[in-house]
Design a binder for this molecule. Structure first.
Ligand SMILES: C[S@@+](CC[C@H](N)C(=O)[O-])C[C@H]1O[C@@H](n2cnc3c(N)ncnc32)[C@H](O)[C@@H]1O
Length: 189
């Protein structure tokens, strides 16, 4: 799977140049909730790792594609910014992270590349590594997301996502973006 992504990045280079359309709103919410440290899961070529770093947050970006991490590193250097970067599978790496390590976790178009069980497991782990009242920004496709109709992504219904999140999170915002994907801001219970 990581090879597939690395082949993709080697062929296409930096992917997603602009932040998600709700990025500014989410970053402002993070400031309001006094967020300092952010874990960007499946950071890809770094659009959010970089933009959060630019706003003064302390960011760890993790992706299992070495090509993605290299592109993120180059992009950071070109802007003279700093973030921690790591090549790892998030499902394995997260188990080694201490409890209550981050103020916020970001997973934008990353968790659809999981099985239903992995999705449930990682939600529990995200809850564990978040500090008390920590925030979680999740973006995942819905069945209306055009470009995902032909793929084998994990597609969850709104009620299923709310149900899964409700075990360990309280939902602060639940929106659909212009691409038909769900953008959810949740807070650790
Ligand atoms: C569609 S891209 C989104 C990248 C980034 N979050 C963004 O919004 O620009 C999905 C990324 O998730 C990474 N990814 C998928 N599953 C992963 C896993 N289990 N561990 C680490 N990275 C993963 C892929 O390598 C890819 O870079």
């Amino acid at each position: 799977m990581s090879k597939k992504w690395s082949d993709f990045y080697r062929k296409h280079g930096r992917f997603y140049l602009k932040e998600h359309e709700y990025f500014e709103r989410i970053a402002n919410r993070f400031k309001t909730y006094d967020v300092h440290s952010i874990f960007d899961m499946g950071c890809g070529t770094g659009r959010h790792t970089i933009s959060f770093a630019e706003k003064g947050f302390s960011v760890l970006g993790v992706d299992f594609s070495p090509a993605a991490i290299q592109l993120t590193r180059d992009w950071l250097q070109s802007k003279n910014l700093h973030a921690e970067l790591l090549i790892a599978d998030i499902h394995e790496h997260i188990a080694g992270i201490a409890d209550s390590s981050f103020d916020a976790v970001v997973a934008v178009h990353t968790l659809e590349y999981s099985s239903d069980k992995q999705f449930d497991d990682i939600l529990r782990e995200i809850n564990r590594i978040l500090k008390d009242g920590g925030l979680f920004w999740l973006v995942v496709p819905s069945k209306d997301t055009e470009k995902n109709k032909m793929s084998d992504h994990l597609i969850l219904e709104e009620k299923d996502i709310k149900n899964k999140l409700s075990r360990t999170f309280r939902v602060l915002e639940f929106a659909k973006d212009s691409d038909g994907s769900f953008s959810i801001l949740a807070q650790e219970k």
